[in-house]
Design a protein around this ligand. Structure first.
Ligand code: C2E
Ligand code: MG
Ligand code: MG
Length: 759
């Protein structure tokens, strides 16, 4: 069999299956024939086989340009019936070109719509259809004859092309129609969505809990929702058809209207402020207001949209909370917090502004509280607060309660030197009218510390501290008076503060030491014992006496470890003396502070110290000041009673200064009265003050009748000593015998049998 002429020049093409060749140039570049007889040779096998191979060639030619989702194999399977249809048409008795049109349409149906797919198909049919499928058997040329086959093949190609084109056009039309339809649908969907969104907006607008209003750029209100109307009191006319500019309020922050101007001019997109409005009934509505600019499609400002949240109640609550946080619940006066704010403001005032501050503390308020009860105390404070408030009514004047019975009054301005003195005088005189309480007339007095000065020189804390220090000075000077702050007194107080802070480290570093002052038997001048007196060897201030630091140690609680150290050290020292002096019964007196009295470890600590040193309890005398025992109940006295039961002596120190009830002496577990130095001083002059003589005589008689020994303090002269001896005092202590000194000095003293000192 001969090769058809048309295929003679077909170039060799890659056999790579599926490789994108150029079927468009077919028939000149038809794909390689399917495996079989090879190019130029007539294919062997049955017709079905050859049809299948033709389909393979066809699919190789056009699959690469097909936009189908079928795989190559599936696509080929799809072409097989088409190849068969074409073969049938080739062999049919009556040729029907319409069959070919269906094949063309079928190609379009499987997405072979690319023009190259059509060209490739036509090329493959041109080159291989007759070759592979032209005869029913490989060897028989078929009934139609070669010429007929060629002609049919050409008509089949035309038919395929026509069917392809029509199908493609129809498909395009269908697609266009679908696009148009969906565009139409989309448009109506959009309209519906718009409608729905408008509906939604309406629903939100009407039902919103926040007030929503729309106004034009001139400020005319166009729309307002219900919530907004309700906020304004429910009157529509009060909101709609009004102009935004009518809603100014004196409490508007200055930038509100500036931002409004910027917004309506299109210079800002939105602003948010807290803004008050007047309702039609004159009440005030507070809102959190957010105003946004609405622009049209071209971006030009069109409307303003206001969202308002009613914050009136929250604001009131905040104001109330703020009031409660800044005012004293009892008296209604500003409290410490608010006063600090005011003072801070006064102290940061510009120009030559000055301030004057009165710091008042009531004298003896504790006694009122203790004797009449706390509710009476409270009523007294309320009355005092009222009176103070009536004293400070001038501009820039404030009264506050700092706590307890402490009040402050502040005055500001250019001439506070005079004003603050007037204020203090007014306060003292306002207090001087007795207050009626529980049917009694109570006289209230107070001590005032005044600080006056220029603004911007001190902090509020510094001013209050100075005023507090000064107030204490007024109190120490007898109370019911005012004192002006002075830098030196402040410095002393500040030193006190520094000392307080340095105390703990001082104890750790061993900066304390003890001096011993002998106690002498009056009748023979022999040494009875010594009182331990603590001192602080301060690295900066030198040796400090107990009056400088014991009260500070008391206040901070450090007195407990310090007192324990003194006890331990002096008991050990007493034991040493006893050993050195061959068992002489030298006694040691140790002072106890009120805080130590309350400390639960007092008894156990004392016993432990005695046991450790081996000193007999009877050689120890604990001195307790009279004032510490005034009003002492059994609970407080219990530890002292237990110590007394062990044999420890208890002395009532500074007796005669605490105005204690003499009858009370019987209750106390004391065995010694130490007469305060003030009585001794009365004996200094010659002749001695007869009243003091009488008092001492009486006390000694009373003490002896209660089996108490009497020690006198502060004996400085021989005359005093003689007088006190004559009055029956048992032991004495004072510079006349010896000043407090180092422990080894007690030897010289005892050996010389208490020879009076030279000084
Ligand atoms: P106090 O217990 O009444 O001690 C007597 C004070 O009088 C001592 O003062 C002493 O130095 C002083 N003094 C003694 N003789 C004379 C004199 O002839 N003339 C004058 N003008 N004064 C004399 P000091 O040492 O300054 O002690 C003061 C107070 O400190 C003591 O008074 C006592 O209450 C307290 N104190 C001292 N040491 C301690 C201690 O270790 N613990 C406690 N809690 N308080 C102590
Ligand atoms: Mg003492
Ligand atoms: Mg004393």
């Amino acid at each position: 069999m001969r090769l058809p002429a048309q295929t003679a020049g077909s170039p060799q093409i890659a056999a790579k299956p599926g490789a994108a060749q150029a079927p468009a140039q077919a028939p000149a570049q038809a794909p390689e024939p399917a495996p079989g007889p090879g190019r130029g040779a007539a294919p062997h096998g049955g017709l079905e086989d050859r049809i299948a191979r033709f389909a393979t060639i066809w699919s190789r030619a056009i699959f690469p340009v097909t936009a189908t989702s079928l795989t190559r194999v599936e696509f080929e399977q799809h072409l097989v019936p088409l190849a068969r249809t074409l073969t049938d048409a080739l062999h049919a008795r009556r040729f029907d070109a319409g069959i070919a049109q269906k094949v063309g349409a079928e190609l379009v149906a499987v997405h072979c719509t690319d023009p190259e797919a059509l060209a490739g198909t036509l090329g493959v049919i041109e080159s291989y259809l007759v070759l592979y499928c032209g005869s029913p058997t490989p060897d028989s040329p078929g009934t139609e004859g070669a010429e007929e086959s060629r002609s049919r093949c050409a008509r089949l190609q035309h038919g395929i092309a026509a069917g392809f084109a029509r199908a493609l056009r129809e498909r395009t039309l269908r697609e266009q129609e679908a696009i148009a339809r969906s565009a139409l649908t989309a448009r109506s969907d959009a309209q519906q969505a718009l409608h729905a969104s408008e509906e939604r907006f309406r629903a939100v607008f009407e039902g919103a809990a926040v007030g929503i209003g729309i106004a034009d750029l001139d400020g005319n209100v166009l729309e307002a929702n219900d919530a907004l109307l309700q906020m304004f009191g429910g009157l529509e006319g009060h909101v709609r058809s009004r102009n935004v500019s009518e809603w100014g309020h004196p409490d508007d922050t200055p930038h509100v209207w500036r931002m409004y101007g910027e917004l309506v001019r299109g210079e800002r997109e939105s602003y948010r402020v807290e803004k008050p409005y007047y309702r039609h009934d004159g009440t005030v509505l507070w809102t959190n207001l957010t105003v946004s600019l609405l622009r049209d499609a071209d971006g030009l400002p069109q409307y303003q949209l206001a969202l308002m949240e009613d914050t009136t109640e929250r604001r009131l609550l905040n104001l109330r909370l703020r009031y409660e946080a800044t005012h004293d619940a009892l008296t209604g006066l500003p409290n410490r917090t608010l006063f600090f704010e005011r003072l801070e403001k006064a102290l940061s005032a510009a120009g030559d502004s000055r301030f004057g501050l009165c710091y008042l503390d009531l004298d003896g308020f504790k006694a009122v509280n203790d004797s009449l009860g706390h509710s009476a105390g409270d009523r007294l404070l309320v009355e005092v607060a009222d009176r103070l408030q009536s004293c400070a009514t001038g501009p820039g004047e404030v009264v506050a309660r700092l706590g307890g019975d402490e009040f402050v009054a502040l005055t500001t301005g250019p001439d506070t030197e005079e004003k603050v003195t007037d204020l203090a005088v007014r306060i003292l005189s306002a207090l001087s009218t007795p207050i009626r309480l529980e049917g009694r007339e109570l006289t209230v007095r107070g001590s005032i510390g005044i600080v006056e000065g220029r603004a911007r020189e001190r902090t509020p804390a510094e001013v209050l501290r100075s005023a507090d220090i000064t107030m204490y000075r007024a109190k120490a000077a007898g109370g019911n008076r005012f004192e002006f702050a002075d830098a030196e007194a402040d410095a002393r107080a500040i030193t006190r503060h520094g000392l307080t802070n340095a105390l703990p480290a001082a104890l750790e570093r061993g900066e304390f030491f003890i001096e011993y002052q002998p106690l002498v038997h009056m009748h023979d001048g022999s040494i009875h014992g010594a009182e331990a007196l603590v001192r602080w060897s301060h690295p900066q201030y030198g040796v400090l006496g107990p009056d400088r630091f014991i009260p500070l140690a008391e206040r901070t609680g450090l007195i407990v470890p310090l007192g324990r150290w003194v006890l331990e050290e002096s008991v050990r020292q007493a034991r040493n003396w006893q050993r050195q002096l061959g068992g002489a019964s030298l006694r040691i007196n140790v002072n106890l502070s009120p805080t130590q009295l309350h400390h639960p470890g007092l008894v156990a600590d004392t016993i432990a110290v005695l046991e450790k040193s081996g000193l007999a309890p009877g050689a120890l005398c604990l001195e307790v000041t009279e004032s510490a025992l005034i009003g002492a109940d059994d609970e407080l006295l219990e530890p002292l009673r237990r110590l007394a039961a062990l044999g420890v002596d208890i002395a009532l120190d500074d007796f005669g200064t605490g105005y204690s009830n003499l009858a009370n002496l019987r209750r106390l577990p004391v065995s010694v009265l130490k007469l305060d130095r003030s009585f001794t001083q009365g004996m200094q002059q010659q002749p001695a003050d007869p009243v003091d003589v009488k008092i001492v005589e009486g006390i000694v008689a009373l003490a002896h009748s209660l089996e108490l020994a009497v020690t006198v303090e502060g004996v400085e002269t021989g005359a005093q000593a003689a007088q006190l001896r004559a009055l029956g005092c048992d032991t004495a202590q004072g510079w006349y015998y010896a000043r407090p000194g180092a422990p080894d000095r007690i030897h010289t003293l005892s050996l010389s049998d208490a020879v009076p000192t030279a000084s």
